[in-house]
Design a protein around this ligand. Structure first.
Ligand code: ADP
Ligand code: NI
Length: 226
């Protein structure tokens, strides 16, 4: 890993310190590790840009801070040349789910790599844990059996913390079960397939445990539509 990536991680650690909503530095390190695995299959990609973007991708997240432009400021102060700086910022700017939606189109392979790496960390066993942690940290319920997911959730509604039905289980339907379809690289797609299956198995057990067969039926028809 280059010295610059190390520096970016130290900066990210400062920005993410104390976060308990699924945006801690451990998330950043997992995204970086996911990105490495994808990079290993795409030698033509600019690995330094991918790593820097992975390290900095959430420092400007609206959930973390009101401050904007922290990634850009860091890159400038670190003396990164303009071409690389623009590349890294273009990756970070492109990847968020609320901006790019469930069917993103990226112009650069580096954007696809970091997007896949970030999305993978919201899926599978780690995704289940982060969702529960996020819901607890933001005072949401784990499950409200009468509150089914809203159809065609708008971007504004998605960000609205107080909307009805915003319990942890609904987040799987609002977002997590759609992530597999947003994958852009072969390595990302293979890993997403595995993590997707785990989430479905988890939800199946969950709905059995809490005796909610109507949710199992809901999930069955939901999965046919995505
Ligand atoms: P990321 O940094 O992986 O793009 P987000 O910023 O969307 O993720 O959210 C951080 C974590 O919290 C993710 O695991 C995500 O699935 C989870 N999360 C986000 N919004 C909600 C929500 N409304 N309810 C439950 N979990 C959520
Ligand atoms: Ni992230």
């Amino acid at each position: 890993m280059s010295g610059m990536v190390e520096k970016a991680l130290v900066f990210a650690k400062e920005c993410h310190g104390g976060d308990n909503s699924g945006h801690d530095i451990a998330h950043i390190l997992r995204v970086l590790a996911n990105a490495e695995r994808i990079l290993a299959e795409i030698p033509a990609a600019d690995a330094e840009a991918v790593r820097l973007a992975a390290a900095l991708h959430d420092v400007d997240d609206y959930k973390l801070s009101e401050n904007n432009g922290r990634a850009e400021k860091f890159l400038q102060e670190a003396g990164i040349d303009e071409a690389l700086r623009e590349k890294v910022l273009a990756i970070i700017g492109a990847i968020s789910f609320s901006k790019s939606g469930s069917k993103p189109h990226f112009s650069r392979i580096e954007q696809a790599i970091v997007s896949d790496a970030d999305k993978l960390d919201a899926m599978g066993a780690i995704g289940v844990c982060r969702t529960v942690m996020y819901s607890a940290a933001t005072g949401r319920a784990l499950f409200e059996p009468t509150e089914f997911p809203a159809e065609n959730l708008s971007a504004a509604a998605y960000k609205n913390k107080n909307r009805a039905g915003n319990h942890a289980i609904n987040h799987f339907f609002d977002k997590l079960l759609r992530l597999k379809g947003a994958m852009q690289t072969d390595a990302g797609r293979r890993e997403a397939e595995k993590r997707h299956r785990f989430m479905i198995a988890f939800l199946q057990e969950f709905f059995a445990d809490v005796e909610a067969p109507e949710w199992q039926s809901y999930m069955d028809s939901y999965l046919k539509q995505i």
